[in-house]
Write a protein that binds this ligand. Structure first.
Ligand SMILES: *[C@@H]1O[C@H](CO)[C@@H](O)[C@H](O)[C@H]1NC(C)=O
Ligand SMILES: *[C@@H]1O[C@H](CO)[C@@H](O)[C@H](O)[C@H]1NC(C)=O
Ligand SMILES: *[C@@H]1O[C@H](CO)[C@@H](O)[C@H](O)[C@H]1NC(C)=O
Length: 375
């Protein structure tokens, strides 16, 4: 009798133990792991993840490829350009975040970026390589002036050589470094009154353009990337993940706005999906990634959110990772709202640019020039 009870109890205890272990195995341990992961990602002061958030502990690869024109003489006589991809020019990109304010669930910061040319990863390309390309500021200034100040075009015509100096050509040959960082100088001090007037107008246009800097002597300096090195980003306000780790890094506002404003909103009112600020600043992502769902991050160089889709499993320095990437959907314009109908010559019937081209007029140029000028 006693023996039977004893063994029933033993079985029961055994069953409880087995149940207990399987609970520990299947519920508790994953929960511990999950809690540990959560505690290592949410942005709390004096933690390694906060240090990692403020100073990203490794450099990213920032790879630039440039399309050169291999038949400039033919193009100048009206022929079709033959484009030739040169690069990569690889820069190591060091990023830091300057924290401005922390509240219970949110954090405000600005991002700083520092580029350093990597001759080994770029080999055999050098920053000093000469490339023949479209003279970007030349065309941009003429296009904007034509749109905003059509009556002043004849004035600009008289002042071209003083305004553009040695870069007074539609196609120029410059080094990769000049194009990306050291810049193309315009409106150098001159005694010509006509150039003075034209440059005054161009300074007005440049004041809002991110990639044209106004120098202390009043001259202008155009470069593709230097402003990123010189200026901090606009202010980000993001979630810390303290309420829900799935929200860590999720942007609430950028530049004190909850939406981008570069893209046209529907005339009947409401917000265009193209102006949505989705996801993070691309330097932080929430844990427990679901590969069936897209990730989103904003890219301030193109003033829009970018959808990243799961591509494959891979590894980084021995750590298993999942690769998400943006591909053809980034440029297909199917939403039909990354479209301004300002840039001409490569539009579809709906006023959007052809597939593969990206409209940057309001993004690098000025909003004010874009909208009030068009109005
Ligand atoms: C940068 O590129 C090099 C060479 O392709 C690669 O070995 C390295 O892992 C890359 N670094 C990052 C952070 O992606
Ligand atoms: C933002 O995310 C929503 C889904 O949450 C999506 O419908 C929309 O297209 C996204 N906008 C952009 C610009 O990616
Ligand atoms: C785009 O602009 C052109 C010229 O101003 C105009 O004729 C055309 O109707 C516009 N297209 C759209 C879709 O707004």
């Amino acid at each position: 009798m006693c023996g039977i009870v004893g063994s029933v109890i033993t079985v029961a205890v055994g069953a409880v133990l087995v149940l207990g272990t399987s609970l520990i195995g299947y519920v508790w341990v994953p929960k511990i792991v999950k809690d540990v992961i959560v505690s290592e990602v949410v942005l709390v002061d004096n933690t390694v993840q906060m240090d990692r958030f403020e100073v990203i502990p490794f450099a990213m690869n920032f790879t630039v490829r440039i399309f050169g024109i291999s038949n400039p003489d033919v193009v100048m006589r009206g022929g079709v350009p033959v484009m030739d991809e040169v690069g990569p020019y690889v820069y190591r990109l060091y990023q830091t975040r300057e924290v401005l304010e922390v509240t219970d669930h949110t954090i405000k910061y600005r991002r700083h970026e520092h580029f350093k040319f990597d001759p080994v990863l770029s080999y055999p390309n050098k920053e000093e390589d000469l490339i023949t390309i479209i003279n970007v500021p030349y065309h941009a200034i003429i296009q904007v002036a034509e749109r905003l100040y059509p009556r002043l075009m004849s004035l600009l015509n008289l002042a071209m050589s003083d305004v553009f100096g040695k870069y007074n050509e539609p196609i120029i040959t410059i080094s990769a470094k000049e194009l990306l960082f050291s810049g193309i100088s315009l409106c150098l001090p001159s005694s010509s009154i006509v150039a003075g007037v034209a440059c005054e107008i161009i300074r007005g246009i440049a004041a809002d353009a991110r990639n044209i800097e106004i120098m202390p002597d009043g001259s202008l300096l155009f470069s593709v990337l230097d402003y990123k090195e010189q200026l901090p980003s606009e202010e980000y306000e993001v979630m810390r993940g303290t309420d829900d780790p799935a929200n860590v890094g999720r942007i609430l506002s950028y530049g004190e706005s909850r939406y981008f404003s570069q893209w046209p909103n529907p005339p009947q009112g409401g917000m265009s999906v193209c102006n949505h600020i989705n996801g993070t600043d691309s330097g932080i992502f929430a844990p427990f990634v679901d590969t069936t769902k897209s990730l989103y991050a904003i890219n301030t160089d193109i003033c829009r959110s970018v959808e990243l889709r799961y591509e494959l499993d891979t590894e980084y320095e021995g750590i298993p990772t999942k690769r998400f990437a943006a591909n053809e959907w980034l440029l297909d314009n199917n939403e039909q709202c990354f479209c301004l109908n300002y840039t001409t010559g490569l539009n579809r019937d709906d006023g959007c640019l052809l597939e593969g081209a990206m409209e940057l007029y309001t993004c690098v140029g000025s909003m004010e020039a874009g909208y009030s000028g068009a109005a």
